[in-house]
Design a protein around this ligand. Sequence first.
Ligand code: PLP
Length: 361
Amino acid sequence: MAKVYNFSAGPAVLPHEVLATAQAELLDWHGSGMSVMEMSHRGKEFMEIIHEAEQDLRELLQVPAGYKVLFLQGGASQQFSMVPLNLAPADGVIDVLDTGHWSKLAIKEAKRYTNVNVVASSADRNYAYVPTPETWQRSPNAAYFHYTSNETIGGLQYSDIPQVGDTPLVCDMSSDFLSREFDVSKYGLIYAGAQKNIGPSGLVVLIVREDLLGHAQPQTPTMLNYQIHADADSMYNTPATYPIYISGLVFKWLKAKGGVKGMQARNDEKAGLLYHAIDSSDGFYYSHIDAPFRSRMNVVFRLKDESLEDLFLSEAKKNGLVQLKGHRSVGGMRASIYNAMPIEGVKSLVHFMLDFARQHG
Ligand SMILES: *Cc1c(COP(=O)(O)O)cnc(C)c1O
């Protein structure tokens, strides 16, 4: 079997142990004689799987009482419509922080359902930083405040939790969910598409404060109504059963690896190695993101000599380092180093980068 380190931004690398377990259980889950893919979502076997996945996730993040955990479909992109439809009145206003590609899409979609006040934007410097809270122009009566904790494409991460008082705080945490510790009780709603740092695509995980449910705009489609899914414990219709099963295995893997705290330490170390390689390359490689906001999940960098970028990618591939091409809208390189990327993969990339710089610098 070809062994590569996969730096894809998503769908992304999954823990090897999880895939091996899934393989061993593929034809016969725990003596049931069935594959998880073949099970009724309302049967006792699958009910056990989804229940355990939820309990393990609650434990990993110490989700307080009063929050619902939902397993839905439609990806994180569908949340760009669901959040405003459910949490904001059509004649109300929401506050949004614009830090790049994904915040812009959230803003564009929300405008279809309510009024959007962009509190601040870092577009002026090509999203190289997060505007400081002192500059935010907040509305006095926002239905909620939305931000993106990690801009997967730009490589920008905001580690602080915005202090927004009584305004419900909503976060698109798709690409750094479970990568570091945070206090769930500071949030009204968190959503994360699974294929970055949780499991396979086809699933979005939500944690939502119960008092925010039940206020959907009247025209909200049934399938986009949080209350419907919350009342049915994510079983209003057939959920994404196999992705939920794999995500559950990932949660168990995380618990065995020291939980979110253990991951955070490993992720800091991995990102530290990579940024050090970039910063100590005498400008051969560079990051355009201001240091405090550099993502520890998606390390975006460029080569000073852009004509070498194709060669960098093809040589990297020969060395078993794949999916390093940056998003088409940004260019350059992007090394996504989610929880499941082992430190050996990062060391291997750093080794290759030093070699490449030596040969071509
Ligand atoms: C990938 C991503 C999305 C979109 O996710 P889909 O599941 O493809 O809809 C939204 N926000 C962020 C931060 C992402 O990384």
